[in-house]
Each structure stands twice: as C-alpha cells, then as structure tokens.
Write a protein that binds this ligand. Sequence first.
Ligand SMILES: C[S@@+](CC[C@H](N)C(=O)[O-])C[C@H]1O[C@@H](n2cnc3c(N)ncnc32)[C@H](O)[C@@H]1O
Length: 419
Amino acid sequence: MKEVVVKVLNPTYSKDFIGVVIKSDDDSIINKKIFLPYVIPGEIVKAKITKDSKTFLRGEPLEILEVSPFRVEPKCPLFYQCGGCHFQHIEYSEQLRLKKKVVSDYLKIHGKVSLDFDINVLGEGKLLPFNYRKRALIHILENGKMGFFRNETHDVVSFDECQILSKKLNESFKELKPEISKYGKYFYSLVLDDDVENIFAILNIREEYQVKELREKNFFDIYKKFPYKFIFEYRGKEIFKNFEFEESAGHFSQVNIEANKYLVNFVKDESFKRGPFNSVTELYAGSGNFTFMLSSISKKITAVELDGKLVKRGENISKEKNLGDKILFIQSSCEKFVKKNKLGNLVLLDPPRGGAKEVVKYINPKDTNIVIYISCALPTFERDLKELLSKGYKISSFSILDMFPNTYHVETVGVLEII
Ligand SMILES: C[S@@+](CC[C@H](N)C(=O)[O-])C[C@H]1O[C@@H](n2cnc3c(N)ncnc32)[C@H](O)[C@@H]1O
C-alpha cells in the first residue's frame, strides 16, 4: 500500500479525522481528502493508504512528523487495539474543543443550522475523563478469552483493567474473570452493571445449550461464589436470578452518573425558567430520570416508555414519592402514542440513537411551545431538529455534554421554543 504525507485538518463525527495528502509519489492524489484515526488536527503525519475510492482515501498513521501540543500518552496500554476508546491520545480539554467543533460544523454543513452562540459544555472542567462508566458489555469467546471487540472486528481484546469503567466494576471484573472464563463454552457475554448499591452480573448463555440440562447440572450455582446479583439470560430472556424484585436491572439507565447529574440539572434549569406548565409530555422516559424533577412545575406529567420493566420501576418510584396522581407512566412506543394523544405544553424527548423521526412530525406548536430534545446521535438529532425548525420553533438554548469521554460520542441538548 502507498505511503503518503498528510496534513490533518479537522475532527469528524467518528473516530477518524479528516486531512489532505500533501506529499505522494502519485501526483493524482495530492490534495485528496483522507480519513485516518489516532491523529490530531494540526499534525503532519506519514500514513499508509488502506482504501482508495474516487473522492476520498482512508489511511492509518505510520509516523507523526509534526506532533500536536495536545498529544498525550494514552492511559490504557491497549488503546490502539481496543475499539472502545478513540481519543485517549488527545488532552482532555482539547477533546471537548474538538467535540464542540464537530457539533457546530455538523449542524452547519448538514442541517444548514448556524448556532449564533458559543456552544456551552455542561459540567466542563468538572467531569473526570476516566473511570466514569458504570455498565460494560464484555464478550466471551469459547476458549474463555474475555474482553472488548478489537477495532471494527469481532476479535476480542482481553483486558485486566479498563480505564473507562468505574473502579467498582474493575474490581468485580478482576474477581469474576478467572471463574467466568472457565465457562466460555456456555456463555457468550457478561454485562456488568454498577447501580451504586449493587453490582449486577448478567450472563448470556449460548444458544446451543438446553436450559433444562443446565438447571439439572446446578450450573447456576456459580453465583454462590460472589457477592453480586446474578441474572442468567437465554435468547434475551431472564431464566434464573439469585435475588427478587429489581425489575429493571440490565435495562436502560445512563452509564455516566456524574455527567447525568449535569444533564438533569440543565433540563431542570431550562424548564423551571419557563414553567409552570399545565402538562408535560416526556417521551422515551426510561424509569423517570427527568420525570420526578419535573413534577413540581407541572400539574400533570405523562411519561411514555416502551420497556415495561422501566415503566414498572418508574411507577414504583412515583408511588414511593406520593406522585402517583400527578405522574402517569405509559408503556407504549412513542410513535403510537403521539398519533393518538395531544402533547403537553412542554415536550421532553430523549430518544435512542435512531432519533424520533416519526414522533417529531406530531409535535404541534399550537399545543407545545417548548421542546427539549436530548440526543446521543448527531445525525438523527440534526434531522429531527430541521423538522422542528421548519414548524417555527427557534433554538433558544443549546449545550453539549461529554457523557462518553475519550470516545467520539457526544450528547447534545437543545431547547426549542415558539417565540
Ligand atoms: C436514551 S434512553 C433515555 C431514557 C431516559 N430518558 C433516561 O435518561 O434514563 C431511550 C429510552 O427510550 C426507550 N425507547 C426506545 N425506543 C422506544 C420507542 N419506540 N418508544 C418508546 N420508548 C422507546 C428505551 O427503552 C430507553 O429507555
């Protein structure tokens, strides 16, 4: 494969940065766009080309010829192999600056949305870029190897400690790994979930085994060796657990608890400023991460969520807080719900990566004067934002949150108003 010299220009919404070829034996590719990982804007790098398509190239850096002042030694020795992190080679404050740039460039280029104000970063300077993640999916191979997927493959990179996981998860992984790896033949993955009070270990059984046979062999007794809450799942269904209740273990919850506090506070400040409301509709509500906080500024809150276990949990918390009369949790797809129901004066949406295309169509400025849209995927956010702007909403506040430091992912939150 050809070697070229590249000037790195900008970050993109991916692990790759975009640059241009500035030196090559082949004149035809001088100035051609090239995407490559593990570099930093401003750097000059020697790279090998891994893909040559008509309009752009892909490459891998071989040598950094001019080093960015923001380049740092990755904390994890597996950083360049493991697919979990993308930015450990960049000083953290620069990661945030690059994420701001990615978001504003993306909205400008794809959505033709220019933000007239500087993007605010929630919790800037206060959030730690390591040991923040409280849930992890660890793959298990038949030979007992346990770890994360290697970059863009299904190979497993085995690890003993991950710099991103919470300290508690690392400790429990260290304890569990030697035992669980003996059972690679039976399990294909382990999900570890640190819910502050407990560690949950969810083990997924390979399809080829019969649950009845495993029960007869007292296979589930593995749990007796550890002080954790175990759930054994087969084809996505729970078939054994060593504890009662806790309906929503293993279901959606925010993975970065500290960052989530800034998000909840942002939504609180922005909605309290504009309240009180007669009714609030919360779409993709989970088990009520935002719902209970909103209850003091609205007469009525309807929280819609697809996952029945999260709905149950939300209802239980509502009862405990004596908010059962005010908050109605509804188990439904939001797409179905919005077709049949009038939405509140404030609509809060927090959809998964696919966004809320079929939902935003039904948000009506006559009923809803404020929309707060939280997103974990820039392309679907940009698409849905355009739809809302076309209905007459204006962006009155916009922030990003680094829910996943050291990766390219970024959470965006926009407040839209009919002014
Ligand atoms: C990004 S999470 C946000 C959850 C919650 N707001 C929180 O902060 O914990 C998205 C939620 O949407 C739910 N969900 C996914 N697709 C859905 C749909 N079509 N209708 C309703 N809820 C859905 C998921 O179960 C998940 O709880």
